[in-house]
Design a protein around this ligand. Structure first.
Ligand code: MN
Length: 200
């Protein structure tokens, strides 16, 4: 009776083949994402047990593990929704205007998010986020699933830079994978998230 469950994908495993093979997508969703869901649930159970026994000796490790698995679950749930076989191009309307306002141009934003994703050292993500205190869009380069994150930011568009996301297909050439990702971005989904986050 876990708190979290693996969401179904909004498309078939073969739907994103112009950027990622069905083999990668199936492993990524059914194995990797599923492991974060299970990890988050297991860690919550261990925390409940620690409270019950009033034994907090292992708390530091459990909190770290919770942050890792829960953030992995959150980001993968976002990632699947951010992608679509009918995606690509660029956003218009309020999101397009905000990108121009905060990054100078769509091209400048695209270059920064690409560089942030390609340049992750080890495993992580490149993310377009809404930062509510400054009321602005920012790019975050996230380590693992939760490092380097500004507290309170809302991720709108996440690019998975972990090797499990591309290595079977692109081997060591992460830049080619990131280039293809832009062709399947679901801007309708990103725009909905932007509207919600900004309260517009
Ligand atoms: Mn992943």
């Amino acid at each position: 009776m876990g708190q979290y469950t693996l969401p179904d994908l909004p498309y078939d495993y073969s739907a994103l083949e112009k950027a990622m093979s069905a083999e990668i997508l199936e492993l990524h969703h059914s194995k990797h994402h599923a492991a974060y869901v299970a990890g988050a649930n297991t860690t919550l159970e261990q925390l409940a047990e620690a409270r019950e026994k009033e034994n907090f000796g292992g708390l530091v490790g459990l909190q770290k593990t919770l942050g890792f698995h829960l953030s992995g679950h959150v980001l993968h749930s976002l990632f699947w929704e951010n992608l679509s076989p009918d995606g690509g191009d660029r956003p218009d309307g309020a999101l397009g205007d905000a990108i121009t306002e905060h990054f100078g141009s769509f091209e400048a934003f695209k270059k920064q998010l690409t560089a942030a994703t390609v340049g992750v050292q080890g495993s992580g993500w490149g993310i377009l986020s809404w930062e509510p205190l400054g009321q602005r869009l920012i790019v975050e380069q996230v380590y693992d699933h939760h490092g380097n994150v500004g507290q309170g930011t809302t991720p709108l568009l996440a690019f998975d830079a972990w090797e499990h996301a591309y290595y079977l297909q692109y081997r060591n050439v992460r830049p080619d994978y990131v280039t293809r990702l832009w062709d399947i971005v679901n801007w309708t989904d990103v725009t909905t998230r932007f509207t919600t986050a900004t309260g517009a």
